[in-house]
Design a protein around this ligand. Sequence first.
Ligand SMILES: NC(=O)c1ccc[n+]([C@@H]2O[C@H](COP(=O)([O-])OP(=O)(O)OC[C@H]3O[C@@H](n4cnc5c(N)ncnc54)[C@H](OP(=O)(O)O)[C@@H]3O)[C@@H](O)[C@H]2O)c1
Length: 309
Amino acid sequence: VKISVVGATGYVGAEVVRWLSSHDVQIAPISTTRAGDRLSDAVPGLLGIADQVIQPFSEAAKADAVVLATPHGAAAGLVPELGSVPLVVDCSADHRHADGWVYGMAEWNAEAVASASRIAVPGCFATAIALALAPLAAAGLLVDPVQVAAATGSTGSGATAKNATHHPARFANFKAYKVLDHQHVPEIVAFLGGLGGCGPLHFVPHSLPLDRGIFATCFARVDSDVNAATLYADAYAGAGHVRIRQGTPELRWVRGTAFCDLSVHRDGDQLVVLSAIDNLGKGAAGQAVQCLQLALNLPTLTRISPCTP
Ligand SMILES: NC(=O)c1ccc[n+]([C@@H]2O[C@H](COP(=O)([O-])OP(=O)(O)OC[C@H]3O[C@@H](n4cnc5c(N)ncnc54)[C@H](OP(=O)(O)O)[C@@H]3O)[C@@H](O)[C@H]2O)c1
């Protein structure tokens, strides 16, 4: 199987290449600016892992599958040129919940993903939050308003430094942004609504002074007779990438992995669900590779965890 990775020099694309390098597939890195260079020259961490010569975008359509790890807005312009490619996986927001595209939340849409030819990988905040709330939505329990506070690491903003997100604005700092106005809310509500319903979702994102990771704290109200522990255990039984913890999750345990670690806490009818992912792992490349594994029938290798003990 030949897989083109468009945007392989970026944070998500390089991670897709790293994860795919464990599979028995041929990887073709694609770049609009570095064609002709070796990928490991553009992404030094990939030396000895991915030394392929980078190709121009015109080569992408010759693959069996294409992963688009390009900025929002760019993928939509590239897809028409990939009409003959059997499988396209888009990591950007351009095709989430779009006609003809399967939403690649692998734990909940595995069957649809496995038979899809066009897959839109969920957003990073959306993944952390939706996996935390999906068991409630699927059980029809997400009726009242839900409050979420979630913090993300700096790689969530991509490789190009911007005033509000680059190192000096984040280091030794902690701040909220896009309060009650984050672009992932409609995406989350659409997904949870499709599972069984979702009340209003109030989301406050924060910037973490870390390079990777998303930690979400979700507050929901459910009847006190609902057995939340059983509900979550049943919902994620056999879902190897979602781990239910007795204590609280920590970012260091999911770093570099495709795991989503959840814990569920309650006080009467107040439920709190904590969720930890790596934004580049489960929040992007790891989930894209999970989708490729399902759609191309590749072995599940992404559970191998390089996390800190
Ligand atoms: N970072 C995250 O945590 C995260 C999580 C979930 C989803 N995403 C989404 O994944 C996508 C990639 O994010 P990223 O963080 O990897 O961004 P990035 O670090 O900025 O990388 C994007 C790559 O896309 C290529 N590119 C730029 N403009 C292009 C164009 N017009 N056509 C083709 N290629 C172009 C660039 O490579 P060349 O200049 O070499 O062509 C660049 O390396 C984005 O849509 C982002 O929203 C990111």
